[in-house]
Design a protein around this ligand. Structure first.
Ligand code: ATP
Ligand code: MG
Length: 415
């Protein structure tokens, strides 16, 4: 779990602001949900024999003996919330987004942490492929706005329904059993618990065996396959690079039909930045009426890592606009008072007051280092005459303004 400090958060905020702007432009609405949920809802919805539930959840008992879990992902809590608050009865469809920490007890490594942030989107009540397309276009717009679209590829697949996957699973297990001696330890275990997840294996030998494995697409309803092909065609017509990946499956049980991941080749083995798909049966399974749904989640650490790696963030944002220094004790009150008045008139200006008691030369040096445009110096001599000394740190000029003049004229430095 990481601590984040201002240097990094500058990049985080820069990226988050872009993501939020795009979400607003698609009329998605923000929701904020608890970090804790009852353990049983994750077990039921994600599937009790998935990696997340088997190994990765932070679960504990509260004082009354209820088992609670720090959320490992956002979808399940979101479905719980819309059911509990009857949102599906108020309106047939919803488009939501959220940003916040998730928790998984994993082996920490680059791009994989125990507390990590996800920006997630969940859409409820829309069952045609139009919304699948909208989510692909929206994510693509994220990458374009951030400037990383040429470093990401969309991988997409259709994984059918749970019943179709059940049939397929049987065939897959049958095929893999013939090669069981060649599977690694993890895959051998999954053969009996979650065989579909073997398709995800990074082991070279397993990948080789999988080349001959039966294909999920052969077990899926023909109409659904046509729908999926049409979706791919439209995605292509928007100029989005995509790769049909017939062995792309998701780690959680609740997905069906369209699933997708955005991957980058610049991130090493933790290369998926954004992953999502349809989950048309989850709402009903959790007690709501039948409601189609689709969503995705972006791993914020991985996204920020990519932005850093590609040097896409330039530190042009000024942290300080006006640097005020009072060099004698009594002038600090004047400095505070003046800064409040400036903020009243110009709420967006960033005003820093130096309380350091350092020598004037050092103070000026500090002011220059902040890249502030102007510095206001409050010393005994000028205060007595009711004038302030203003230094234009860019043009290296200086002026003397009365308080009224100062408030009026300050804007010319920031036009
Ligand atoms: P992975 O295959 O990398 O373990 P996952 O299938 O477990 O991913 P999802 O549950 O689909 O991941 O989560 C969506 C996104 O959240 C991932 O694509 C990734 O960017 C990010 N993510 C997931 N787990 C972590 C983690 N432990 N640390 C940082 N980011 C993560
Ligand atoms: Mg994982």
């Amino acid at each position: 779990m990481h601590d984040y400090f201002p240097k990094d958060l500058k990049i985080w905020n820069y990226v988050e602001d872009i993501l939020k702007e795009v979400l607003i432009s698609y009329c998605y609405l923000e929701i904020r949900l608890p970090l804790l949920e009852k353990t049983e809802i994750f077990k039921r919805a994600i599937g009790s024999i998935t990696d997340v539930v088997e190994k990765e959840m932070y679960s504990f008992q509260d004082r009354k003996g209820n088992s609670l879990t720090l959320r490992p992902e956002g979808t399940v809590g979101c479905v719980r919330a819309i059911i509990q608050n009857c949102l599906l009865e108020e309106k047939n469809s919803h488009r939501f987004w959220y940003l916040g920490p998730m928790f998984r007890y994993e082996r920490p490594q680059m791009g994989r942490y125990r507390q990590f942030y996800q920006l997630g989107v969940e859409v409820f009540g829309l069952d045609t492929k139009d919304i699948d397309l909208e989510l692909i276009l929206l994510t693509n717009r994220f990458w374009k706005r951030i400037g990383i679209h040429s470093y990401l590829t969309l991988e997409i697949n259709s994984i059918g329904s749970q019943i179709e996957r059940y049939q397929y699973k049987k065939e897959l297990v049958c095929f893999l059993k013939k090669h069981e001696h060649l599977l690694d330890k993890d895959c051998k275990r999954k053969l009996h618990t979650n065989p579909l997840r073997i398709l995800d294996s990074k082991d070279k030998q397993v990948q080789k065996i999988l080349e001959e494995a039966p294909l999920l697409s052969n077990y899926i309803d023909k109409d659904k396959n046509v729908d999926f092909k049409n979706l791919c065609k439209i995605i292509h017509s928007y100029g989005i690079k995509y790769k049909y990946n017939p062995i792309l499956v998701r780690g959680l049980d609740y997905y069906n039909n369209t699933v997708f991941e955005w991957k980058s080749d610049k991130l090493g083995s933790q290369n998926t930045i954004c992953a999502g798909g349809r989950y048309d049966f989850l709402c009903k399974d959790m007690g709501a009426k039948n409601t189609s749904a689709i969503g995705f989640a972006i791993g914020m650490e991985r996204l920020v890592l990519l932005v850093k790696k590609l040097n896409l963030f330039s530190e042009t944002i000024e942290e300080v606009n006006i640097y005020i220094a009072g060099i004698i004790d009594q002038s600090k009150n004047i400095a505070i008072n003046l800064s409040e008045e400036i903020r009243n008139e110009y709420p967006k200006l960033k005003i820093f007051i130096d309380f350091s008691n350092q020598k004037i030369k050092k103070i000026i040096k500090n002011a220059i280092n902040t890249s502030a445009r102007i510095m206001i110096l409050i010393d005994d001599e000028h205060t007595k005459k009711e004038y302030f000394l203003i230094k234009d740190l860019k043009k290296r000029e200086q002026y003397y303004f009365s308080r009224n003049e100062l408030i009026k004229k300050i804007k010319i430095f920031f036009e």
